[in-house]
Design a binder for this molecule. Structure first.
Ligand code: 13P
Ligand code: SF4
Length: 330
């Protein structure tokens, strides 16, 4: 390990990289040398997706993190995902290329406020969406992801009272699908709340055959218009299996890389945001770059550290999710 390496205040190792090296080759070499595995979320930039050993949605990434025999997990995603990997594999070194790759949804539910909220509903079970901090998971009974949230709620007795946090949009979607009355925390994702119903309607006029596919973190007005709703893996599978040729994609635009690779003849149009910025690019996910990934694996930092007492409490609701998912074949 390069003992001179330090994490700067911006959250990553800053070092001048020799411009003559091929980053893809170097990362491959380092991976073998260190018995490291790169797990990447679909919202990462295309170069990172292309060098990853596994690309997936939050459920798939958690399942991989739980079963890998690598010594080092390099998590190309955001902080809560790397924390989940550390909780599931506490004896492995878990690295995140940029420690400041956070999540607006996780930030929308501070654990000290949630603890008080939960106290008001003592007979409720707490289901938390995986997009939350390790501290929040430690306050939960079951964790879920966008691909198993409906199934997890349905696996519980009908009269079980439930708090669902932190995403009010996913929570409302799950409540509607299951017919259950869920107590929702008022959190949301900045990327999925930005899509414009008016602009999507106009886009549908230009592409009358296009199917609108949407992530359940989107607001209800968008979900109501959607032809298919699912996790990132669900959206990719639907677009690949569908005989249709055009899709308007209402989620973070990074997923389009895999959609296009799997379906070279199909057209994928990112759903437009309600302003002129590129707000359907998650600024947290996009903090990771190939350069930061290279420096991270080379220097074995920044490393994710989760206090032991949090690991001990947070692992239970995550394992409960994994075991329900395995029973249901998800
Ligand atoms: P999934 O990939 O599990 O659908 O989650 C989307 C997301 O917002 C991750 O931050
Ligand atoms: Fe968080 Fe939204 Fe970015 Fe996912 S897309 S990491 S939920 S801010």
């Amino acid at each position: 390990m390069d003992t001179l390496a330090e994490i700067n205040l911006k959250g990553f190792v800053e070092e001048v990289i020799d411009p003559t090296i091929d980053l893809f080759d170097e990362i491959e070499k380092l991976k073998k040398e260190k018995n490291a595995v790169i797990l990447a979320h679909y919202y990462q930039e295309p170069d990172i997706q292309d060098i990853a050993d596994y690309i997936g949605d939050s459920l798939g990434l958690s399942q991989q993190a739980a079963k890998t025999d690598a010594d080092i997990i390099v998590f190309a995603g955001v902080h809560f995902m790397a924390e989940t990997a550390k909780i599931l594999s506490p004896n492995k070194k878990v690295l995140l290329p940029d420690l400041k790759a956070g999540c607006s949804l996780a930030d929308s539910c501070p654990p000290h406020l949630f603890r008080r909220f939960k106290e008001a509903y003592p007979d409720h079970l707490v289901i938390t969406y995986v997009n939350c901090t390790a501290e929040l998971k430690a306050l939960s009974d079951i964790v879920c992801t966008s691909s198993n949230a409906v199934a997890i709620v349905e696996s519980l007795p009908k009269d079980q009272k439930i708090i669902f946090a932190p995403d009010k949009n996913l929570g409302a979607y799950v409540a509607k699908k299951t017919g259950r009355d869920l107590v929702l925390w008022n959190g949301a994702c900045m990327v999925h709340e930005i899509f414009s119903r008016e602009k999507i309607t106009k886009l549908k006029e230009r592409y009358p055959n296009a199917k609108l596919i949407a992530h359940p973190e989107c607001e209800e007005v968008i979900l109501k218009m959607a032809d298919y709703i699912g996790s990132t893996t669900g959206l990719l599978t639907y677009a690949t299996k569908s005989p249709e040729k055009e899709f308007i994609v209402a989620t973070e635009a990074g997923i389009i890389h895999q959609m296009q690779k799997a379906n070279p003849g199909k057209v994928f149009i990112p759903a437009p945001p309600n302003n002129s910025c590129a707000c359907n690019d998650c600024p947290h996910m996009k903090r990771n770059t190939l350069e930061k990934l290279y420096l991270c694996i080379k220097n074995e930092m920044p490393e994710i550290i989760v206090p032991q007492h949090i690991i001990e409490r947070a692992v239970k609701p995550i394992e409960r999710m994994l075991s329900i998912s395995a029973k249901l074949g998800l």
